[in-house]
Design a protein around this ligand. Structure first.
Ligand SMILES: [Zn+2]
Length: 227
């Protein structure tokens, strides 16, 4: 029913004040030291770690998980003790289970700050708008594939300071921005991303030079108003 709790021993489940509370403790298994990987079962202490989990029956779930702090006895390891983590249930410094964390990130991706915060409230995992955005910004970006058709243009950052933006002209997704609009940066980007067949640009001679040097075989397209 709750496979992410399989790795721990659930000792008590009860409902109080509209919240489902779960008391659980880790099993007495050897755990690898966070630094050196040496397995340890020698317990330094135990402490209770609160973890918010996904709602059940419309009620928020709070797990009180008893975890061990263990000694690392590996010769040469500088870490004296370390806290155990439970795969699939705990993440270092995180007070939410990975299931809730996934909801938080997905709410941010699909609905951004305000909408994401509203959805999370409905899902009984409330979080402020700014925190939803914080988790969204922490998310690693997937590596963008090199586009077949690239769009390059400049934009004003302020006054006479400009930046360059690269866009996948087929998917219309932005790829890379940088400050400045010189030829060298465009040349080195194109050399580092071989495979661009067509580049759409404005009439800038600088970009024309950058493309000619970075991707000499690419077809350059410029609209009639920029020739
Ligand atoms: Zn160690």
């Amino acid at each position: 029913m709750a496979p992410h709790l399989d790795a721990v021993r659930v000792e008590r489940v009860w409902s109080a004040g509209g919240v489902v509370r779960v008391e659980a403790r880790t099993r007495e298994l050897a755990v690898a030291c966070a630094d050196c990987g040496y397995g340890s079962t020698r317990v330094h202490s135990r402490y209770c770690r609160p973890l918010a989990d996904v709602a059940v029956g419309g009620r928020p779930v709070l797990i009180g998980l008893s975890v061990r702090r263990l000694f690392c006895d590996a010769p040469g390891c500088r870490r004296r003790t370390f806290a155990e983590q439970v795969e699939g249930l705990t993440v270092r410094y995180q007070r939410r289970s990975p299931l809730v964390q996934h909801l938080v990130v997905m709410a941010g991706v699909l609905l951004a700050g305000r909408g994401g915060a509203r959805l999370l409230q409905i899902l009984k995992a409330p979080l402020s708008r700014t925190n939803v955005l914080f988790h969204l910004m922490c998310m690693p970006l997937p590596a963008a594939p090199t586009p077949r058709v690239l769009g390059v243009d400049d934009f004003a950052l302020y006054a006479d300071t400009y930046g360059t933006l690269l866009v996948d002209a087929e998917s219309r997704l932005p790829i890379d921005p940088w400050s400045g609009r010189d030829a060298e940066q465009l040349t080195s980007w194109l050399r580092a991303h071989p495979g661009v067949r067509v580049v759409c640009r404005d009439g800038s001679l600088v970009y024309r030079q950058g493309i000619s040097e970075g991707a000499p075989d690419a077809v350059q397209v410029s609209d009639r108003f920029h020739l």
